[in-house]
Design a protein around this ligand. Structure first.
Ligand SMILES: Nc1nc2c(ncn2[C@@H]2O[C@H](COP(=O)(O)OP(=O)(O)O)[C@@H](O)[C@H]2O)c(=O)[nH]1
Ligand SMILES: [Mg+2]
Ligand SMILES: [Zn+2]
Length: 296
């Protein structure tokens, strides 16, 4: 049997990249079908190549075994991920900062490191760039500023992605596929114009596919999404997914402080100092949302 990584899953078939670089088109044995617990892109598997009638190989196979997963992201479904790159455009479509915080909290929950890539800086004036809400001030994630139009920041993206299994996530139309095409000419991923009417991209990237990078590393271009629900997160655990709260742990007057409006709350005190006000706003909005969910 050979070992490989599922790089594409579609209609019950799986493209498996073998360690020496060969691609096999595989079916999956019995219960390894694609659903929440079944095979997904990013999985390491053992597979048996199938011989054709003349005893040769057509690069077809059958996946026999799923190897243990380090982790997986439910949406988009990708297994064994090292980091999440949240991609947003600063204009066309406008940046959804709350969605940035939401994706970052989900990355924390899954134990992934995360980076924020702000694209289409060519559409902003210098003054506008200086006034972004997550800057200046403390924001505990690496941010990179890019433009696929004037090629700025592309080396930063390459550096961040090299040697890692990364997932690019963000609404459609922000330029994820365009950026990947720009850092690796020849990829020819399909990109789509942003519809003028709704100022939001069409869903041109339908399936999740893992793309091996020339610089080493592998990356998933994902379909766009604008809504993302928290699940399996309790309101009282949310603070753990905001790394800028870490240093303040244990400093609130109440041990079970939710950092909303309790007296002598260390987090509330730091808003505007070591905690970015908009990040704190998002934290409060998420707590509200989670409390509502728990009520059902
Ligand atoms: N002005 C500008 N447009 C961009 C940039 N990057 C991508 N676009 C455009 O944004 C649209 C959506 O890009 P696409 O890569 O399909 O977005 P995706 O849905 O996130 O993969 C396309 O028309 C791109 O040409 C950029 O840096 N600046
Ligand atoms: Mg795309
Ligand atoms: Zn507190």
């Amino acid at each position: 049997m050979l070992q490989g990584k599922v790089v594409k899953a579609s209609g019950g078939f799986f493209t498996v990249l073998e360690q020496d670089g060969g691609e096999y088109f595989c079916r999956a044995r019995g219960m390894l079908k694609q659903d929440e617990k079944g095979l997904m892109v990013g999985d390491w598997v053992l597979f048996e190549p199938v011989k054709n009638s003349s005893g040769g190989s057509n690069n077809e196979g059958v996946v026999e075994k799923l190897l243990p997963r380090k982790n997986f992201l439910p949406r988009p479904p990708v297994a064994n991920v090292d980091q999440l790159m949240v991609v947003m455009s600063l204009k066309q479509p406008e940046c959804d900062w709350q969605l940035v915080s939401r994706m970052l909290a989900l990355a924390e929950k899954e134990g992934l490191s995360a980076i924020v890539c702000l694209n289409k800086i060519d559409l902003l004036l210098k003054e506008e760039l200086d006034e972004l809400p997550f800057e200046p001030g403390p924001f505990p994630y690496k941010m990179i500023y890019t433009s696929a139009v004037n090629n700025s920041g592309l080396d930063d993206i390459k550096e961040c992605l090299s040697g890692q299994c990364s997932v690019l996530a963000g609404p459609s139309g922000v330029g994820k596929s365009t950026l990947l095409n720009a850092i690796q000419p020849g990829l020819a991923l399909q990109t789509g114009p942003v519809s003028d009417k709704i100022k939001r991209g069409k869903h041109t990237t339908r399936q999740v596919t893992l793309i091996p990078l020339e610089t080493g590393g592998i990356v998933a271009d994902t379909p766009g999404f604008t809504r993302l629900n928290f699940f399996e997160i309790e309101a009282e655990d949310l603070a753990d997914y905001f790394p800028e709260f870490d240093d303040l742990r244990g400093q609130c007057a109440f041990r079970d402080c939710l950092h909303i409006n309790e007296p002598k709350c260390a987090v509330c005190r730091e808003v505007g100092n070591s905690i970015n006000p908009l990040r704190y706003e998002h934290y409060k909005q998420f707590v509200k949302e989670l409390n509502k969910q728990e009520a059902f």
